[in-house]
Design a protein around this ligand. Structure first.
Ligand SMILES: Nc1ncnc2c1ncn2[C@@H]1O[C@H](COP(=O)(O)OP(=O)(O)OP(=O)(O)O)[C@@H](O)[C@H]1O
Ligand SMILES: [Mg+2]
Length: 355
């Protein structure tokens, strides 16, 4: 998206607020082979709501991860989400890509709630449509990233000695992940939902391309914090109990009641976005939710979503169509990490100039 250059192989580096994921693939004749896939957890105060609070520790964590995984490639693709990035689908009079390049800043001004000089603008032409009055219009995906956030993330990466050659959005990395792993049926409408620690990304794809996107500031932290508060537990105990561990003196049923309440909160956010999508898209029906992110591991969440939204829910498998050497990767490990690796994999397969 930003910083185009000519490198080939790059590492997908997903700098999340609860962990950093690094994924590397190589292109094969028929697709991709997994080369590296690792994760390093971060303490909860290092990145808060997308802001790097402790750059030194984040640099150390990335350095450690790169060393552990023996990653030699220097070029990396990273991504932003939440408040750091704004994605809007806009309609413009038909023009050439060069013309749009010239005018995008001016066009974007009315859609971006920030000073246009504080953001980097990128765009992707989706296609042309006919307006109700018979006029031809061009649909454009407008992407604006806050310059201060870009600098915040690219400078930690640079500090490690890596080159941030691509900065993408989590939402688009998810779309790439889906594109390489799933057969796209003509006319299909599916929702990619990635629930991390502090952000939930929703990307509704029609025929494999974004039709509706939204980032919402809710995720796994909400479970931990609510358990902590309501059951008067330490943050660590709350986090462990959320993951199904028994904590002495704590009734598991009370934990699952709190989890169920947060499930409802997350479900209603998703449902609201789906309603909004339907009003803007000729009442198309979403066939399936493909769920990922660490919070997809809340065991009662997929069922809760399915029962309350009435749409099939499937856990994302970012390695579904990726060649895996069983001698190098333990299949149990990959299964564990899979829901967390969707953005990283999507970044790893990113090629410069793709979008
Ligand atoms: N087994 C599990 N059960 C429940 N929750 C889990 C489990 N494993 C991880 N999580 C939660 O998943 C979240 C981390 O997921 P993920 O790695 O996708 O987020 P992130 O990318 O670091 O965060 P974000 O993108 O929101 O900044 C954390 O809230 C973590 O507690
Ligand atoms: Mg994430």
């Amino acid at each position: 998206m930003f910083f185009p250059s000519k490198s080939k192989s790059m590492v997908g580096l997903d700098i999340g607020s609860s962990s950093i994921k690094a994924v590397q693939v190589t292109e094969t004749k028929g697709g991709y082979r997994l080369e590296k896939c690792g994760i390093r957890h971060l303490a909860s105060e290092m990145i808060v709501d997308g802001t790097i609070m402790d750059a030194g520790s984040v640099v150390e964590a990335i350095r450690g991860l790169i060393a552990d995984e023996k990653i030699k490639v220097k070029d990396v693709a990273i991504s932003l989400s939440g408040h750091s990035i704004i994605i809007k689908k806009i309609k413009l009079p038909v023009m050439t890509e060069d013309e749009l390049e010239e005018s995008i800043k001016w066009e974007a001004e009315q859609y971006i709630p920030f000073d246009i000089n504080d953001v980097n603008i990128d765009f992707h032409i989706l296609g042309t449509i006919e307006s109700p009055d018979g006029q031809s219009l061009m649909e454009v995906l407008l992407v604006a990233a806050k310059k201060d956030k870009l600098t915040e993330y690219t400078s930690v990466v640079a500090e490690v000695g890596l080159n941030p050659v691509v900065v993408d959005a989590d939402l688009f990395a998810l779309e790439n992940m889906y594109g390489v792993n799933y057969e796209i049926r003509e006319g299909e409408v599916i929702a990619l939902v990635n629930i991390g620690a502090s952000v939930m990304n929703i990307n509704i794809l029609k025929n494999g391309t974004s039709s509706f996107t939204r980032d919402i500031s809710i995720g796994g932290n909400r479970y931990t914090e609510t358990i902590q508060k309501d059951l008067n537990m330490s943050y660590d105990d709350a986090d462990r109990s959320k993951k199904g561990e028994a904590i002495e003196g704590v009734d598991p049923e009370m934990v699952s009641n709190v989890i169920s309440r947060v499930n409802s909160e997350i479900t209603s956010e998703i449902s609201r976005s789906f309603d909004f999508f339907r009003t803007t898209s000729a009442h198309e029906e979403i066939e399936k939710i493909i769920l990922s992110g660490g919070s997809a591991k809340i065991t009662s969440l997929p069922g809760h979503l399915h029962e309350n939204i009435g749409i099939a829910v499937e856990l994302a498998d970012p390695f579904r169509n990726i060649e895996i050497d069983k001698k190098v990767f333990d299949s149990e490990y990959l299964k564990e990490i899979a829901p967390l690796a969707t953005v990283g994999l999507g970044l790893a397969i990113r090629r410069i100039g793709d979008r």
